[in-house]
Design a binder for this molecule. Sequence first.
Ligand code: ACO
Length: 325
Amino acid sequence: MQTHRAIIKGVGHYLPERVVPNSEFEKTLDTSDAWIRTRTGIERRHFAAEGQLTSDLAIRAARAALRDAVLSVDEIDAVIVATSTPDQTFPSTATKVQAALDMTHGFAFDLQAVCAGFVFALSNANAMIVSGQARRVMVIGAETFSRIMDWQDRSTCVLFGDGAGAVILEASEGTGGPNDQGILATDLHSDGRFNSLLYVDGGVSSTQTTGVLKMEGPEIFKHAVQKLAQTAETALAKAGLTDRDVDWIVPHQANLRIIKATAQKMHVPMERVVVTVQNHGNTSAASIPIALSVGAARGQIKPGDLLVAEAIGGGLTWGSVVLRW
Ligand code: ACO
């Protein structure tokens, strides 16, 4: 049966110039490079320069994806930016990206699902393409988590970094079967009972301040390992596939131990997992598109490969996308 599919037409990413190695935290906190590496797999992260905004990172990633897709902005119908660290309360960061790209047609909006934001955005973009609402959608994950860190809290501030990644989805025709190119299935969840495990203690209608990130790390860890494998398996089943069909897991890059435990639950060897967390830490909604971009540039992800991307974030929110590259 002929079906509309959303295929990945281009991918790109941007990491700010300033690189901060773990050793830098040893100067101000009771921590060590060895602790951070062994507990998280993180070796360094990038921080945006003073005055460099989430939209600045997003625009760099967007341009890279347009170049990769060999498309001009005139050919894009919509821009979605997944972010929890927007430039301003409003307007959306997506409209700022739209303006910077000289795009005066179509529509742009932000989507907020914390670290699961890119998976939620990809799922929404897929639905818009499959329903015929848009033909090409740019989906960006962009974050400046360095702006919401408590620099005295060693259990959180060593974990996060800044960055952006972007993909361009394009409408295509498929058979409706699992061998089609493009997005084959998505699976999204949230459960607001877990708000207090991971949150920012400020906001527009509550404190009128930005606030800083608070996290129950070990609790999140337990939820992550259980929920990520489950959502990935569910999405694979929706696509008529199993974990044996997976060429690459492209996980949210939060912690190498979570990534390894999830892969193990799915019986996928680490040789088939794209890992970039060592180079940028947890970049929240930006981490999956960065990993897609790096994985493709490294020559790991090749046309025809079956990918499952999975993420969990504050909310809790979690979900996965199964796609053929
Ligand atoms: N350096 C040295 N010691 C530290 C540090 C640090 N940077 N941070 C914590 N510790 C200490 C703790 O104080 C604790 O000491 P204690 O035993 O004396 O109390 C000890 O190390 C162990 O702490 P745990 O929190 O139990 O360590 P754990 O092995 O669980 O690792 C971590 C902590 C890395 C936070 C882990 O729980 C984790 O990765 N959780 C998931 C976090 C995550 O992925 N969050 C992102 C979700 S997505 C989003 O939406 C943002």
